[in-house]
Design a protein around this ligand. Structure first.
Ligand code: IPT
Length: 974
């Protein structure tokens, strides 16, 4: 007999969004439920209608079978669908996982309503109990519940089968930019309630302390709703009482009141502690449903945050304040489990984001694990909650396709029904990259009626006109818009909606150039309120064998904080599972590595988000301001630090002033500036003053800095030594294994590659310049060497003048770039050292990696880092490890021997174990073999990083111009 669920072929029926599924609601049933997580019997079929035969294997639930040893492996594609079939069709080979296990139903559940909850399954879920069809559900990122009361027996044992079909009509609207997987990705539960139950609870809690709780009550007993039921509530000890005036049971319409009633609880909290991302104050609410005799039939627990969100004019306000949105896009991702994320992992994500100054999350591009929202409420984040709709490859057809109408409304409405009680959720999003059509308007209409308390946004609609009030977006939420367009819009007088970019500053590889420029503009321009960096994660999957089944290399090990990627492992990206179609390293575009090690941009972000700002002198003092929206500085402690170029670092405890949000004050200089010591910088190191849920006391929050004294022009006493130059015109030096030569090339970053710059550089031949010695000219003790570096389309003239100075040699260099080399990666010197010089100490910006357009978070000071830790292991090897604004450095061995370099002015310097060509030659970090010595670059000019892998390139001011470049440096032996 054909199974009716299979006969329905729900995987090719977009109109069918579910069958037998219970309505979504916001009653949390996790506590007290029976977990069905663990090992299940498992079979992977080649198609949903293939016979279920052969031996069972085992699969872990929750988990994806694509990472549990089956031959159906992860595949990474951004926009393109992995198969050619048009919506709503699926390919003939359609991996289908059959999960089975016994369930023992407790005898005490007799007379109760028994419900199965499947946290998430992708992409179509079919449920059977003892071979009987129970239900169907779609939406890979929301839970599905089914009433099993009629198919299981309390005290008995049943066989539960969950069939998960990987490809379906739904896949065409789940075409998000991440790995394709298959499986059950969130927990499976079984729970029981009284037939008289809370079907849904809607909490509204405003900044004024007014609380309103709407309860939907249902009786599954079959007949009319029992007489005399009522609800009561308790908010941290404050009674919440039933509103007698509220139309209790929709009494006027008996067809409704037969099985569904409504009641309202209200309270007003005096002197309410309001919720914001800075002050995540939560109250505990218990809602009870009572039978007529007063006994409790059902209970629902909530955490309530009192806050308002509204748009006034063109400003998004939280509790009446225009906030800045310092956001990030976050996927549910884990390098070992694919999409299944634990409480601890989610908490670690959010704790890290808090520590680096983020205050907002867009749940790109689907409703995240429910726990994420609990944590966002608790730790303090503003959330843009996004529905599971991305039809990227077929966006235009689907947006207006009536066959998909149900799916759009279903997905958006179920998300809202699930998440509506979270104070953290301040904006609903209709989805991502799905063009714009009637299906969106239908979903938007539902949301506006059901939840008028929050704005909604949709980039696809906003794209049609940032200011157009007719479109289904209350926010102008573009992605990757040029900053000048945003500023121009805000200044145009035409702006009607808050401008908050839903994606900006693409974090692929060594990236996020101009982030500081963005924030300077956002903070200075009314109408701009921030945005969401793309994205949190580099989605590298931990792999010990490569696509050919061979063990991966052992290079580049031990560079990650938590040691997950030990030698013999690599981070897989697109193509690494042998997929023919893939989008390569585009999946590695996060601000953290796959094991959550922060990338250097995180330090930049932390500084840009600083709650406390230091703005230099005014009225003989230092100007301090509180840059928060809602709280004072009492949670912070400070320490002054004075860094002298020729001297050490002095410290003193800072008394932080009492400043309300937005206030500024002037404090006296904490140190008398010593006469000598040269260039001087004052830093206020700000840490947490007490233990917080997201940071122990003493965690660094920011380190704003001001320059107190500029450097005086350096005078180099002329020395007497001799400079040795070989027959090729190259410097001979005991500590150098390769003499300083000219470099115009860097191992292309992802931005350089995808933005087309690297292609131009290769066409010009900058990766293989041919040096020709023109002349060597001795003058006194000094030597002038003229040479030419020929590319394929132009020639660079280069001059080095070597002059002996006390203890070493000064090198004055000049390079003349032809007009056609109008945008190169760098102009500077490169040389290599003997082995053993393993410690870099410098005065300049640091300690972490910085580049000309990403240097805002690296304070000037004395820094010291082992050479092996200078390099940043971006998943696809590329230019990395640079330090901006370096004035001088030493490279030394443990016995303090080594070399010292002084630069004529602050320059970009990098010291790594790799030549640019080493990095260019490989595609993964494990293939890199570190050199024993150091490869040192010091640049007269270095191109900014920009974000051209997806979005704007760096700004013109960070480009390296053609023409004459001059730089000088001295090299001494320690
Ligand atoms: C945009 C997507 O929304 C996001 O999912 C991701 O793919 C990002 O770009 C790039 O990493 S879509 C892009 C075509 C602008």
């Amino acid at each position: 007999m054909t199974d009716p669920l299979l006969a329905l072929r729900p995987w090719e029926a977009p109109e069918v969004t579910s069958w037998g599924r219970l309505p979504m609601n916001a009653v949390d049933r996790r506590t007290g439920a029976h977990s069905l997580d663990g090992d299940w019997r498992f079979r992977l079929l080649s198609a949903p209608d293939a016979p279920v035969g052969g031996p069972w294997s085992t699969a872990t639930v929750p988990g994806v079978w694509t990472m549990q040893g089956t031959d159906d492996l992860p595949q990474y594609l951004n926009i393109r669908m992995p198969y050619a079939e048009f919506p709503p069709l699926s390919p003939p080979v359609n991996p289908t996982g059959v999960y089975e296990r016994e369930i023992d139903v407790p005898a005490e559940w007799a007379g109760r309503r028994i419900v199965l909850q499947v946290g998430a399954a992708e992409s179509v879920l079919l449920v059977h109990v003892d071979g009987r069809p129970v239900g169907v559900s779609k939406d890979s990122h929301l839970a599905a519940e089914f009433d099993l009361s009629d198919v299981v027996r309390p005290g008995g044992r049943s066989v539960l089968r969950l069939t998960v079909v990987k490809w379906s009509d739904a896949s065409h609207i789940e075409d998000q930019d991440h790995w394709w997987h298959g499986g059950i990705t969130r927990s499976v539960l079984l729970y029981a309630t009284d037939p008289l139950q809370l079907a849904d609870v809607t909490v509204r809690a405003g900044q004024d302390g007014a609380l309103r709780v709407d309860c939907r009550v249902r009786d599954a007993g079959g007949g009319a709703l029992p007489e005399g039921w009522y609800v009561s509530g308790d908010l941290d000890g404050l009674p919440v009482t039933q509103d007698a005036a509220f139309d209790l049971a929709n009494a006027e319409d008996e067809r409704v009141s037969d099985f569904l009633g409504e009641a309202r609880l209200t309270a007003r909290v005096p002197e309410v502690r309001t919720w914001t991302a800075e002050t995540p104050e939560l109250y505990g609410l218990i809602v009870r449903l009572h039978r007529a005799d007063g006994t409790v039939a059902d209970t629902s627990r909530h955490r309530v945050g009192f806050r308002d969100v509204e748009i006034v004019g063109r400003d998004l306000l939280v509790n009446g304040e225009r906030i800045f949105v310092r956001g990030v896009n976050r996927h549910d991702f884990h390098p070992l489990t694919g999409r299944t994320v634990s409480y601890d992992d989610m908490r670690a994500d959010l704790v890290l984001l808090k520590r680096f100054g983020f205050n907002a999350i867009r749940t790109a591009h689907y409703p995240n694990d429910p726990t994420l929202y609990d944590l966002a409420d608790e730790l303090g984040f503003y959330v843009v909650d996004e529905a599971d709709i991305e039809s990227h490859d077929h966006a235009h057809e689907i947006a207006d396709d009536p066959r998909y109408l149900n799916a759009f409304v279903d997905r958006v409405s179920r998300m809202v029904l699930r998440d509506k009680n979270h104070p953290s959720v301040i904006i609903w999003s209709l989805g991502n990259e799905s063009d714009y059509g009637a299906n969106h308007d239908a979903a938007a209409g539902w949301v506006r009626r059901h939840d008028p308390t929050r704005p909604l946004q949709y980039e696809g609609a906003a794209k049609r006109g940032w200011a157009d009030p007719e479109l289904a977006s209350d926010i102008a939420c573009p992605m990757y818009a040029p900053l000048e367009d945003c500023v121009a819009h805000a200044l145009s007088g035409q702006q009607t909606k808050p401008l908050i970019q839903c994606e900006y500053s693409h974090a692929m590889g060594n990236s996020n150039g101009t982030l500081a420029d963005h924030w300077a503009a956002i903070e200075a321009t009314p109408g701009l309120q921030g945005g969401f960096i793309w994205e949190f994660w580099d989605h590298g999957i931990l792999q010990s064998v490569n696509e050919d089944g061979r063990p991966v290399g052992r290079g580049g090990a031990g560079l990650y904080d938590n040691g997950v990627a030990a030698p013999g492992y690599r981070w897989a990206y697109g193509g690494d599972f042998g997929e023919k179609d893939h989008d390569g390293a585009f999946i590695a575009d996060g601000v953290v590595f796959p094991d959550r090690t922060p990338k250097p941009v995180m330090y930049e972000h932390r500084e840009l988000a600083a709650p406390l700002r230091l703005q230099g002198f005014r009225h003989e003092g230092l100007v301090l301001s509180n840059h928060q929206h809602f709280r004072g500085l009492e949670w912070l402690a400070g320490e002054w630090e004075l860094s002298l170029a020729h001297g050490g670092t002095l410290t003193a405890t800072a008394e932080l002033p009492d400043l309300r949000p937005g206030e500024t004050t002037v404090v006296p200089l904490p140190f008398a500036l010593p006469e000598d010591g040269g260039e001087a910088w004052l830093t206020l190191r700000v840490t947490t003053a007490q233990d917080l849920p997201w940071a122990p006391r003493g965690t660094q929050v920011c380190a704003p800095q001001v320059q107190l004294r500029a450097a005086a022009p350096a005078e180099e006493p002329v020395g007497s030594g001799r400079v040795e130059i070989d027959a090729d015109g190259l410097l001979v030096h005991p500590l150098l294994t390769a003499a300083p030569t000219l470099s115009l090339w860097r191992a292309p970053t992802d931005n350089d590659e995808l933005g087309g710059m690297a292609l131009r550089w290769r066409t010009w031949g900058l990766d293989s310049l041919v040096r020709k010695l023109l002349s060597v000219h001795q003058e006194g003790d000094g030597v002038t060497v003229l040479s030419e570096y020929a590319g394929t389309t132009g020639v660079v003239r280069h001059r080095q003048v070597f002059t002996p100075v006390e203890g070493g040699v000064r090198i004055d260099e000049q390079a003349e770039l032809p007009e056609e080399f109008d945008d190169v990666a760098r102009v500077g010197s490169v040389f290599e050292t003997v082995a053993g010089l393993d410690l870099l100490e410098w005065f300049g910006q640091g300690p972490w990696e910085s580049y000309p357009d990403r240097s805002g978070g690296a304070p000037v000071g004395h820094h010291s880092v082992p050479v092996d830790e200078l390099f940043t292991p971006y998943l696809r090897p590329q230019e990395s490890g640079g330090r901006h604004g370096v004035r001088r450095f030493t490279l030394s061995a443990p016995d303090a021997t080594g070399l010292a370099v002084t630069l004529d002015e602050p320059r970009q310097v990098s010291v790594t174990r790799y030549r640019a060509e080493d990095l260019t030659a490989v595609s993964h970090h494990d293939e890199l073999l570190p050199r024993a010595g150091c490869v040192v670059h010091l640049d007269a000019a270095h191109r900014g990083l920009g974000t051209a892998s997806c979005g704007p390139d760096t700004f013109p001011s960070y480009l390296v111009a053609p023409g004459v470049h001059r730089w000088s440096w001295t090299l001494r032996v320690l």
